[in-house]
Every structure is written in C-alpha cells, then in structure tokens.
Ligand binder design. Structure first.
Ligand SMILES: Cc1cc2nc3c(=O)[nH]c(=O)nc-3n(C[C@H](O)[C@H](O)[C@H](O)COP(=O)(O)O)c2cc1C
Length: 208
C-alpha cells in the first residue's frame, strides 16, 4: 500500500474549490486501488500556533522535556509522525491574502521542527522527510499565471521553499486560478486541473 496524506486548508470546505480537487484526486486514487488515504482538515481544525511553552522545548532534545513541555509538544509530534508515514502528500492550498491560509501556516510551523524534520550540518540545512512526492492544488480568486501576476502569488514560492526545507522537494503544483473571474475562466482552469490530476494518477499507478 502507498500511504497518502491529504491536507485540506480552506476554512469553507463545503464551497471550497481546493477541497473539491483534493477530493477528486482522492476518488481517482481510490478507483485504481493500492492507496491508503488519510485526510486532515487544517481549515476546519487548525493546529495551534506556536507559543512560549512549545518553543521552550522546540530546539532541545525531547528527553530533556518536562511534563508541561511534553504535553504542549505532543500536537506537533502527532502531525510529524503522520507526515513521516506518508509516501505522497496532497495539499489543498486556498489562497488568502496572497499566501496560504492561517491553518496551513500553523501546520507548517508545527511540522518544521529542528532535529525531527530538518537538521543543520556543516554544509547547511538538510530536510529529513525525503523520498516523498507532493502535489499542491492552489485555488485563488485571481489569475497568477502571467509573469507579472506571478510576483504576487506567495503561495507557490513559500510552499516550494518551506516544504523543500524539510525534504519534500519533489513537488507538482496544480493551479486552479480565477475562481472569482467568472464561470467561463474558472471552468476552463478547473478542466485543465482535472486533466492534470488524471494524468498524475496514471503515472502514480504505473510507478507502483
Ligand atoms: C479571506 C480571503 C482572502 C482572499 N485573498 C485572496 C487573494 O489575496 N488573492 C486572490 O486571488 N484570491 C483571494 N481570495 C479568494 C480565494 O483565493 C478563492 O475564493 C479561492 O477559491 C479559495 O480557495 P477555496 O475555494 O479552496 O476556499 C480570498 C478569499 C478569502 C475568503
């Protein structure tokens, strides 16, 4: 079985385009079989923000933690263990204010943890979550596909950088832009995204 982790991040899942597409991806994977899928909803149940207590134990060895630190850090540990087990990570990234939603940002802060998901060596940082493939479905009201508008899409470069930092460097971005630009534009972009997902599922199926 190939383990798949789906991370949704829209706070409005019922009307969410990114969630619609992560579900589409899930349905296609289930149809070809052999994929074990776990879904986490970061928009509806966002992880905690890092606070003083969590950060007091963030940079030292877990064996040194007191009971309060252990309790505070346990949420992040659960998220990290879940991510470690995934062979494939599919993220539904709704754009809010030019970047990821606060739920996805809180998740990234929880799982970007020294000693567990990255490590500094003499030659610089090394991501520890290697040998995973990531698919990121970005839904945005506007269109960020031109050279000019790309400059104000901070979802793509942020996720590429921070996921690469923890080792997830094999990333396929699947944009679903223009959800506010009328049904014709939106439908056209959605149709391209559907096609891309079907092609990716075929490739994943062949790789097994
Ligand atoms: C609070 C908020 C902020 C948004 N900010 C942007 C933005 O900066 N740029 C943009 O193109 N669309 C923006 N939108 C539109 C969303 O990107 C669009 O509704 C997209 O479909 C959201 O993904 P979802 O459908 O999966 O929730 C914003 C929407 C909300 C609710």
């Amino acid at each position: 079985m190939i383990n798949v982790l789906i991370l949704n991040s829209s706070p409005t899942p019922k009307s969410s385009i990114s969630t619609k597409f992560t579900s589409f991806f899930e349905q296609k994977l289930l149809a070809v079989k052999g994929f074990n899928i776990v879904t986490r909803d970061l928009g509806v149940a966002p992880p905690s923000h890092l606070d003083e207590l969590v950060l007091s134990g963030f940079f030292n060895d877990p064996s040194e933690h007191n009971e309060d630190q252990k309790k505070a850090l346990s949420e992040g540990l659960i998220l990290i263990r879940e991510l470690e087990q995934a062979d494939i990570v599919i993220i539904g990234a709704a754009m809010h204010n030019h970047t990821v939603t606060s739920g996805l940002k809180a998740y990234i802060d929880q799982v970007t943890r020294p000693g567990l998901t990255f490590q500094y060596k003499e030659d610089g940082p090394h991501g520890l979550l290697t040998n995973k493939q990531a698919f990121i479905i970005i839904s945005a009201g506007g269109d960020y596909s031109s050279e000019e508008t790309q400059k104000t899409d901070f979802v793509t470069p942020f996720l590429r950088e921070v996921l690469g930092f923890i080792g997830l460097d094999e990333i396929t971005f699947i944009p679903v832009f223009g959800t506010y630009l009328g049904s014709e534009v939106s439908e056209k972009n959605q149709s391209i995204a559907r096609q891309t997902i079907m092609e990716q599922v075929m490739k994943l199926n062949q790789k097994r």
